[in-house]
Every structure is written in C-alpha cells, then in structure tokens.
Design a binder for this molecule. Structure first.
Ligand code: NAD
Ligand code: MLT
Length: 527
C-alpha cells in the first residue's frame, strides 16, 4: 500500500504507516494538475487544508481507497465526488479541539489588549503606553455561534474569565448550555447583546456568509468579531467597511476566504489581529491528528470500519442484508425532521411499526438520529456515535417498536421531535418495490418519494388559485417543478404543499412565495 502525504503533518503519521508496512511519500505543495498526475499510484492520500481534493483529482485516483483529513473541517475535500468514486473520507474531529479553543482565547485577549500592535510598536523602538489602552474580558458578554467541540471548550475557558456567555446552535439542547453556564439564545439576540462574538460552526451551504452586512448591522456598536473557524463564514468586504466605519470595534481572524489571503487593508488596521490559520498549529494537536488519521488509514486498508469515516456506510455485516433497505429511509426521516424543526431540540421519539418492528431497530434508531444530527456538523455521525453525540448535546432519545401492522402500511418509521418551539413529526414507509416513501409530515398525509433536487415544504391555507400563484413564482424564475403534492386538513383549511424543483430556489424566490396571501411558511429542504 502507498500513501501520499500532500500537506505538512507531524512525523508520527508517517511513522505509524511505515510500521504497518505502508509506504508513505511526502510530496508537499503539489498543484492540482501535479496531484492529478501523481494520485493514480496511491491507495491513500493525507491532506490538511491547503490541498484541494477536487472531482478531477478523485477521477484520476484509480486505486485510492481513503482520503485522510488531518484536522476537523473537510471543506477542501469534495466528499460527494469521493463517495461517488467509492473513496472513504476520514477526519480527526477531536484531536485539535483544545488547540483551536486556546487560540480563540489568545486572539480574544490579543485584540482586547492590542498585544500584537504593542509588540510591533515597542520592537520598532517606540515606548507608548497610552496608545494601547485595552478592555477587560471580565463582565463582558461573549456570544458563541456553534456550541460543538471547540465552541464548548471556548465557553468553559471564557467562564474562567468571568464573562457572561450566550450561545447559538440550532443543534444543541438548552441543557447543554446550562451545563456550560451559557444561555442559549437566537442569533439576533446574540448579535444585539454580545461584546465579543466568536464563530465555531463548520463551513456548509447554510453557514456560508453567516456574517454579512445585515448581521454586522445587528451587532452592538463596538463589538469585536473573532473567526477561528472558516473564512467563508464572514463577508470580508462587509466586515472591512464595518470596522472602517467604527461600527465594529475590531476583529481577530485566523481564517480567510482565500488562503493564503491576497492581502487586505484590514491587516494594517490598529484594531485587527490576524494569524495564518494557526488554530490547530500546536505540537500536541499536530501529533494527535497525524496519528488519528494514519490509524484510520490502516483500519481501511485492513478492512475495519474507521472511527471517523465521513462518508462510509456503517451497517454491521451480520444485520446488513435485512436492515439495508431501511437505512436510506431512516436517514431521510431524520434529515427531513432536522430541517423542518425550529427551536432547540429536547426529545426525539422514534417508533417502528409493522414488519420493521421485528428488526434490530436500535441500529435503525441510531440511523434516524444520525440523519437528524448530521445536518449541523462535519463530524461523521453514524450508528456508532449517534447516541453519544445526542447525549453530548443534551437531547433525550426514546424508541418504541410494535410489530403489529399499521394499515394501510406494512411498515412505518415515525420520528417525533420536541423542541423549545414545538413539535415536528415525519413518518415514512418502505414500499413493496423497496422504495422509501415519506407518508406523513407534521400530521399531513403526503406521498413523497425522496429523489434529488430541492424540496419546498409550504404551509398555507387551501384556497383556489394557490398552486397557480406558487407555479407563477417558480415559472417566472425559470425553476422547473418536478413534482407537486398537496395535502389539507379540511376544505379551505390549513394545507401543506410539497414541491420538488430541479433548481435551487434563492431567498428572493422564497420571499416571493411567502408574499402570496395565505402562505404561512416555506422551508427548503434537501433529502
Ligand atoms: P463540531 O462539529 O464539534 O461543532 C460545530 C457546531 O456548529 C455543532 O454543534 C453544530 O451544531 C453547530 N452548527 C452547525 N450549523 C450551525 C449554524 N448555522 N449556526 C450555529 N451553529 C451551527 O466542530 P468543531 O470541532 O467545534 O469545529 C468547528 C469548526 O472549526 C470546524 O468545522 C472547522 O472548520 C473549524 N476549525 C478551525 C481550526 C483552525 O485551525 N482555525 C481548527 C479546528 C477546527
Ligand atoms: C481544521 O479544520 O482542523 C483546521 O483547519 C486545522 C488545520 O488543519 O489547520
């Protein structure tokens, strides 16, 4: 076996591979065409964030079994393309948590006390104590966006500085916040009340430009923004204007939209501190991530399930055959419910009725749970870690089964999500043809066969012309409707329309549908 190490990692990784008879070649700084030309000879590839693992690289990787990301965020790897090529992607989600949290605190103190600017001034021969008047952290409000591994450790450390802590994370329970001494609030409240805001979410389609001009305008005058997660979370131009206008008091940035960044006037600003993506750059974290990734590579080469597979199916072989048809169904039920639910999740009740009630439903319940939790994290949530992840987030999970039939279905999987904002329910059945069919959404009978494309779930009042108006919005915006399903509680009463469209609707299209008289809510989901 041969592994290509394409970004710098600690020597521990290569040592582990070599000890197990794997050849490890370190070739740093390869351009995309060079990597594409080289990859055909390798069974494994290890990267950090510099190397982009693109569909082109993966298409050329004829022998590749596994890509290892020596770190948490794998937004530089095209996971979908890897899955399409049967390549397992693994990451090292917990190895650099403490380093990233400590760096966040270092950045917070640096910007609050102007440490880098004062250093440069003194090193440049100036002795100026007045210029660098700082602020204390004690008594200030810290808003943490994303209370996962790193956000949680930041909260713990900030508590020691006697800060008041607010947290926003749609995928953790209020109980998790309480344990940390953090108050879980919505995003506008966090923006309005925080003196310092720190970002700790993954980079996904839903977090891209999480902080733009509208969000900066909601922040307290003089607030400080810290970003040690991913550059793409922040609109850098909007941040620059807000800092130059004095609306935002300062920023500390470890990550940038383009890395290395092409330079920015912000870098010279007296209230801005920047570091070149150093969150995980400690001896400890680098040794841990290198080891964790190398060990998982060996697992894959030796036919074992790696601990943090991002895209690998994990149904144990002995039960795989009977459970396999229900796995996509269980994932879809969890995934849909998580995209529909508002508020903080508190309790998930999963029930299995009919034929499915005779199977190993613990594994299916964990699959439903992983579908639910996966939406908000880059950590691979699978049947092995779904329960632990729910526990860690303070979400209670209960399961029930009953093998008696639930006519008209021979089998039925239902998920009931209780959140601080109310209840969301989704039910699905496996049809005779072995297809997943979602049959119930929030009590409405539906008949959705989850296919590709985008789904708009629209709650509205049943009235003449409603579908025509929705169709006019999609038609005028060149959005092609693949299927449409209407369900209603009563004639001219509350109704739910599910529309499958080929093109992704933009926020302005959703606003146009919301503007139709009688439409209550529109949710775009991916199944
Ligand atoms: P994690 O998966 O443990 O936590 C991420 C949290 O974000 C989860 O709790 C999730 O529920 C939450 N989340 C998802 N979408 C959200 C949204 N829209 N709003 C609010 N919260 C949301 O990951 P982690 O280990 O804490 O790492 C977080 C990110 O930090 C990584 O994805 C990575 O990109 C970045 N990171 C950067 C460095 C660095 O060197 N600067 C080092 C490690 C990690
Ligand atoms: C990560 O996501 O783990 C970070 O980007 C750390 C890194 O690899 O430098």
């Amino acid at each position: 076996m041969r592994v290509l190490i394409a970004d710098p990692i600690a020597p521990d990784g290569a040592e582990i591979l070599e000890q197990r008879g794997v050849d490890a070649d370190t070739r740093l700084g390869l351009k995309e065409d060079e990597l594409t030309a080289a990859i055909a000879d390798y069974d494994g590839l290890i990267v950090r964030s510099e190397t982009k693992v693109t569909p082109g690289v993966l298409a050329a990787a004829k022998k590749l079994q596994v890509v290892g990301r020596a770190g948490v965020g794998y937004d530089n790897i095209d996971v979908e393309a890897a899955t399409g090529h049967g390549v397992i992607v693994v990451n090292a989600p917990s190895s650099n948590t403490i380093s990233a949290a400590e760096h966040t605190l270092a950045m917070m103190l640096s910007v609050a006390r102007h440490v880098p600017q004062a250093h440069s001034s003194l090193a440049g021969g100036e002795w100026n104590r007045r210029k660098f008047l700082g602020t204390e952290l004690r008594g200030k409000t810290l808003g943490i966006v994303g209370l996962g591994r790193i956000g949680t450790e930041v909260a713990r450390r900030a508590a020691a500085f006697e800060m008041r802590i607010l947290g926003y994370d749609p995928f953790v329970a209020e109980e998790h916040g309480r344990h940390l001494g953090a108050e879980i609030v919505n995003l506008p409240t966090l923006f309005e009340q925080s003196d310092i805001i720190t970002l700790h979410t993954p980079m996904t389609d839903s977090t891209r430009r999480l902080i733009g001009e509208p969000e900066l305008s909601q922040m307290k005058s003089g607030a400080i923004l810290i970003n040690c997660a991913r550059g793409g979370l922040v609109d850098e131009d909007a941040l620059r204007s807000a800092i130059e206008d004095g609306r935002i008091g300062g920023a500390a940035l470890d990550v940038f939209i383009t890395e290395p960044p092409e330079g920015s006037p912000l870098f010279q600003h007296p209230n801005v501190v920047v570091t070149p993506h150093l969150g995980a750059s400690t001896e400890e974290a680098q040794s841990n991530v290198a080891r964790e990734v190398a060990e998982q590579m060996i697992d894959v080469f030796e036919g074992r399930t790696p601990r943090y597979a991002v895209n690998a199916p994990l149904v144990p072989p002995e039960t795989a055959a009977e459970l396999a048809p229900y796995v996509p169904l269980a994932l879809v039920v969890g995934r849909l419910a998580s995209q529909l639910a508002d508020g903080q999740p508190e309790r998930l009740s999963i029930s299995f009725r009919g034929a499915v009630g005779e199977l190993a439903t613990d594994i299916l319940a964990a699959t439903v749970l992983s579908g639910f939790l996966q939406t908000g994290t880059e950590t691979r949530i699978n049947i092995v870690n779904a329960g632990t992840e729910a526990n860690r987030r303070g979400i209670h999970v209960q399961q029930s089964k009953d093998a008696t039939q639930t006519l008209p279905y021979t089998n039925l999987v239902n998920l009931d999500v209780q959140t601080t904002a109310g209840e969301t329910t989704v039910g699905a059945t496996l049809t005779e043809r072995g297809q997943t069919e979602i049959v119930q959404v929030n009590g409405y009978q539906v008949g959705i066969i989850p296919t590709g494309g985008h789904w708009m779930i629209i709650r509205h009042t049943d009235r003449p012309g409603m579908l025509g108006r929705i169709g006019t919005v999609t038609g005028e915006n060149n959005i092609n409707i693949a299927s449409l399903h209407v369900s209603r509680e009563s004639m001219r009463g509350p109704a739910l329309t599910v529309v499958n469209v080929d093109e992704s609707p933009e926020p302005r299209h959703i606003d146009a549908i919301l503007g139709i008289d009688g439409v209550d809510t529109v949710r775009v989901v991916n199944l």
